[in-house]
Design a protein around this ligand. Structure first.
Ligand code: GDP
Ligand code: IMO
Ligand code: MG
Length: 427
């Protein structure tokens, strides 16, 4: 199988949605394998813009799409999204979308707990408040409701009772009302028949695809620096975002995840709290944010912006398992006289070529920069390597050198077609 796995290689919002949409033209199936509706992807095709959250980005090209078992699924949010993209002309029917029967559900009680914690915390994480962390906790705690449970309504009351018993202790601690089990049961009964036709088996679908020699695209959400193990803990999301998760979160062999494409923004952004060594809380950061329209798709929060950090991306390519990258938003750097790239850190007088695991050390890192000449020409909308100014090419080559991974794709605008293929990730 010439498959491709796409993951974010920074702190998210690198343009994964755009690249997956572009690649899905050449795939027959697209599979989400972790995360939930904390993800937000903007896909631009001509004069149409699609905002996706839980739906695999393959739906835009009408490709069979799977929400794998590694995803946590908010049923109400999924139905809203299906309705929303339906109104925009994309019919998401059970012949297009499969929801893994063993995917765990995000419930209102998860969203509430996420919000209660964020509001009460002295040190906030800055979550999306979509209930993702609490839902994964219940999954690992073996008390979650799963998609398959929506097909067995008689089993729900006992499962809700077990889950509520756990949550009520926490809610009482926050001075919050206990779970209204009857209301939860009623609303689950309402969505169950709507979702039931989508519920199926991720691993069997993918096994069938393998036997038929179909090309599969595995779609990661979030990014390696938000990975629960490899990210900037505790300022991370609650799932593994590295490529290895594609196998576990979809039900395939690790050998079948194919080439791993890391999506990398030409500078750095982060939403939420946590260390960010190259952050520019100045006019440079403002300019990057303005030119890159750096506002969160999910929460509308302003993204923090800074220079490209090659130390981080070199590390995420290693821990994430990246074979090659798609470098996005090169156009946002157009017109900068000089462009800085972080090549190492200084910590207590020592030079580091990696991100230390300790959060307090991470917060104290001083970036060491290399300065490159910018370009006055525009790269926006470039569709071939030949259209790129010499200094933009130098920048791309230097990034490759520093991170130790080759550029497979370059993106020069939000539009699907403004993409340059340097080498084909499917081969
Ligand atoms: P994702 O979460 O990784 O899918 O990324 P988001 O969609 O949340 O954020 C990326 C934003 O940048 C979106 O608004 C895209 O439309 C936009 N975008 C993607 N690639 C490019 C690019 O090459 N240039 C510019 N200017 N915008 C881009
Ligand atoms: P996409 O797929 C950027 C961040 C949140 C917060 C942390 C934990 O669009 O790249 P969570 O709600 O997951 O418990 O929040 O993770 N975060 C993202 N940041 N892009 C995302 O997804 C993100 N999903 C979660 O801002 O810092
Ligand atoms: Mg996003």
């Amino acid at each position: 199988m010439a498959n491709v796995t796409v993951i974010g290689a920074q702190w998210g919002d690198e343009g994964k949605g755009k690249i997956i949409d572009w690649l899905s033209n050449r795939a027959e199936m697209v599979v989400r394998f972790q995360g939930g509706n904390n993800a937000g992807h903007t896909i631009v095709v001509g004069d149409k813009t699609y905002k996706l959250s839980l739906l695999p980005s393959g739906v835009v090209q009408g490709k069979r799409s799977i929400i794998g078992n590694g995803v946590v699924v908010d049923p109400w949010s999924l139905l809203d999204e299906i309705a929303r993209v339906g109104a925009a002309g994309l019919a998401v029917t059970p012949s297009l979308l499969v929801l893994a029967e063993n995917a765990c559900l995000v419930l209102p009680l998860h969203r509430e707990l996420d919000a209660m914690r964020e509001e009460a915390a002295a040190q906030k994480i800055g979550t999306t408040k979509r209930g993702i962390g609490p839902a994964y906790e219940d999954k690992v705690g073996r008390r979650a409701l799963r998609a398959i449970d929506l097909k067995d309504l008689a089993s729900l009351p006992a499962k809700i009772e077990k889950l509520s018993a756990h949550h009520n202790v926490l809610r009482r601690g926050f001075g919050h009302a206990e779970v209204d089990a009857a209301a939860l049961l009623a609303s689950l009964k309402e969505v169950a028949p709507k979702l039931a036709p989508f519920i199926g088996s991720s691993w069997r679908e993918l096994h069938g695809a393998k036997l038929a020699g179909k090309r599969v695209l595995f779609e990661g959400a979030q990014a390696v620096l938000l990975d629960i193990d490899h990210g900037t803990y505790p300022f991370v999301t609650s799932s593994n975002t590295v490529a290895g998760q594609a196998a576990a979160g979809a039900g395939v062999s690790p050998r079948d995840i194919g080439t791993v494409l890391g999506i990398v923004k030409s500078y750095t952004t982060r939403v939420g709290e946590g260390p960010f060594p190259t952050e520019q809380k100045n006019e440079v950061g403002e300019k990057l944010g303005e030119r890159g329209h750096e506002f969160g798709t999910v929460t509308g929060r302003k993204r923090r912006c800074g220079w490209f950090d090659a130390v981080l991306v070199r590390q995420t390519c290693i821990t994430g398992g990246v074979d090659g990258i798609a470098l996005t938003k090169l156009d946002v750097l157009d017109g900068f006289k000089q462009i800085k790239v972080c090549t190492s850190y200084r910590l207590d007088g020592q030079m580091l070529d990696y991100l230390p695991a300790d959060a307090t050390q991470q917060a104290r890192l001083e970036p060491v920069y290399e300065t490159l000449d910018g370009w006055s020409e525009t790269t926006a909308g470039a569709r071939s390597w030949a259209q790129l100014p010499a200094n933009a090419i130098k920048y791309v080559r230097r990034v490759e050198e520093l991170i130790g991974a080759p550029v497979a794709l370059l993106s020069t605008s939000p539009d699907r077609d403004d993409t340059i293929m340097v080498r084909d990730p499917f081969v």
